[in-house]
Ligand binder design. Structure first.
Ligand code: MN
Length: 142
């Protein structure tokens, strides 16, 4: 358990496609994360501000406000700027990754995601000393 009392790392999943959202959340739940879905940029802003999640999974191609604009907003706010943001893009192009990094994303994962490695990829982006440690201890327990 980390300082906030969380057992599982909380991940806000920003995704406007409901099927993708369900698949991603199911996968994360099965791998020991606590996913919270956001379908719009407004919803994502509110949830990230309230929950201060351990990570934000950001769909770059959102309707309305783009995932990149939302990333810039979160990284400009001192109360949310330390939360890692991992971009997910359907178009595995070098330019997308460059744009994501330029907007402030901490990581980039191309769709379709690899369900075998996805959780470990995300875990590597979690802030040090937070929920990732708790999960490691649980896995090492009797
Ligand atoms: Mn989308």
């Amino acid at each position: 358990m980390d300082a906030t009392g969380r057992v599982c790392p909380v991940v806000v999943v920003v995704e406007d496609n409901l099927d993708n959202m369900r698949l991603t959340c199911d996968l994360l739940r099965a791998r020991g994360f606590e996913p919270v879905g956001a379908q719009t940029a407004d919803q994502a802003l509110r949830l990230v501000g309230e929950l201060k999640p351990d990570l934000v999974l950001m769909d770059i191609s959102l309707k309305g406000t783009s995932g990149l604009a939302l990333t810039r907003e979160l990284k400009a706010d001192p109360t949310t700027r330390t939360i890692p943001i991992v971009a997910v893009s359907a178009y595995a192009m070098a330019q997308d990754e460059a744009s994501a990094k330029e907007a402030g994303c901490d990581g980039f994962i191309a769709k379709p995601i690899n369900t075998r490695t996805f959780a470990d990829q995300l875990r590597s982006y979690l802030r040090r000393g937070t929920a990732s440690e708790a999960t490691d201890r649980e896995e090492a327990g009797p």
